[in-house]
Design a protein around this ligand. Structure first.
Ligand code: F6R
Length: 366
């Protein structure tokens, strides 16, 4: 059932070219400019006219929500708030009929997310679900939604569900942007083309597995890790850190790279590995200076960069080169090496990667 792999987690990481393609299938056809998410079609106008989108989720799904925030704000010009479901439900939130809620959940059973949905619904908001498990509780209480179609995710650490969530949310945002007229036809078309190439770009990242395994061996005994990224790669930094801590039990923190000088920089010395997600995008120059700041304090830098990068290659200790894509789609690519890094480190430390201590696949109690 693990298809020849040692663990479900690595099987699921390697499934991503297919799971993302499955998620896009029948919904996206870049050649003729076709994009259709059946589940949200009837409610699309509601989103187009929404005052605000509130995204509710927990854990990795919350990280997918952060990526979606950037995408919806950039392409649809709709203000987005991303909330931890557990906080939202207990703080008498301001929410009403002109708000649209997007609830994201792999399992569709997370207790806090379900309770947050109930609350938003009782105040008149329209609720969309982005879930993986068909027929689970969340899709049954939402007004509309789209499944991620990533297939069963067995490993407790979420991997292929994350990339499928971002794929669905991206399609949703592009559909809305086109209806709203907030994205030019040419930008829209080129994003569709780019989205369609993501499965092959993920496959290219998977080819890096042997190199990532070698890097993992060098860092498996570290006590701490810092993950830094900016813009679209900031949520990827959070996700990389979460993956590492949950399965390897190494303390890791993700930060927006610019926040480093407001505190975490104090931690940096020769024993602190810092993972930078520094792909070629609008914040590239800024990331290069952040890396210089870490190197000046003797931190060990592992950098995820775009193929052909030279500036970071010169200063980082280790580079992992991923294919280029539009910056809004980069999380789908740049997260892959981080999943692999945490997997190998956990295996090398003898951890139970598929069932880490204290964690459950679906958190049905608050
Ligand atoms: C991380 C992880 C958890 C879940 C969180 C939400 O790898 O598995 O953080 O992402 O418990 O679960 P769902 O998406 O099922 O609501």
């Amino acid at each position: 059932e693990k298809g020849g792999y040692d663990h479900f987690m690595i099987k699921e990481i390697f499934e991503q070219p297919k799971s993302v393609a499955d998620c896009l299938r029948g919904r996206l056809n870049a050649k003729n400019g076709h994009l259709h998410l059946g589940g949200i079609h009837d409610y699309a106008n509601k989103i187009v006219n929404a005052d605000r989108i509130v995204i509710l989720a927990c854990g990795t799904s919350w990280h997918a929500g952060l990526v979606a925030e950037y995408i919806f704000e950039e392409f649809c010009r709709i203000s987005v708030e991303v909330e931890y479901a557990s906080e939202f439900r207990y703080r008498n939130p301001i929410i009403g009929e002109n708000d649209v809620v997007i609830a994201i959940s792999q399992s569709g059973e997370t207790a806090d997310t379900l309770a947050a949905i109930d609350l938003a619904k009782s105040k008149g908001a329209t609720i969309f679900g982005v879930c993986n498990v068909v027929g689970s509780s969340i899709p049954r209480v939402t007004h509309a939604g789209s499944y991620t179609h990533a297939g069963p995710e067995i490993g407790v650490a979420s991997t292929k569900a994350f990339t499928a969530q971002i794929s669905v949310l991206t399609m949703m945002a592009l559909m809305i942007a086109q209806k709203k007229g907030t994205l030019s036809e040419s930008a829209y078309r080129s994003l569709l083309v780019e989205l369609e190439t993501i499965p092959e770009k993920i496959a290219k990242c998977l080819d890096l597995n042997p190199q990532i395994e070698i890097i993992s061996a060098k860092f498996k005994d570290a006590a701490n890790f810092l993950y830094l990224g900016r813009g679209y790669n900031f949520p990827v930094a959070l996700e990389g850190a979460l993956k590492l801590k949950e399965i390897s039990y190494i303390h890791a923190e993700g930060y927006p790279a610019a926040e480093m000088k407001h505190g975490p920089i104090a931690l940096i010395d020769e024993n602190m590995p810092v993972v930078f997600i520094g792909t070629k995008d609008s914040s590239y120059e800024k990331i290069v200076s952040n890396i210089q700041e870490v190197k000046a304090r003797k931190g060990e830098v592992i950098a995820i960069v775009t193929e052909g990068d030279t500036d970071i290659a010169e200063i980082a200790d280790h580079i992992i080169e991923v294919p280029h894509t539009h910056e809004a789609l980069m999380p789908l690519v740049s997260v892959i090496p981080l999943q692999l890094l945490s997997y190998h480190i956990a295996v090398m430390r003898g951890c139970n990667v598929d069932q880490p201590r204290n964690l459950a696949k679906s958190v049905t109690v608050e």
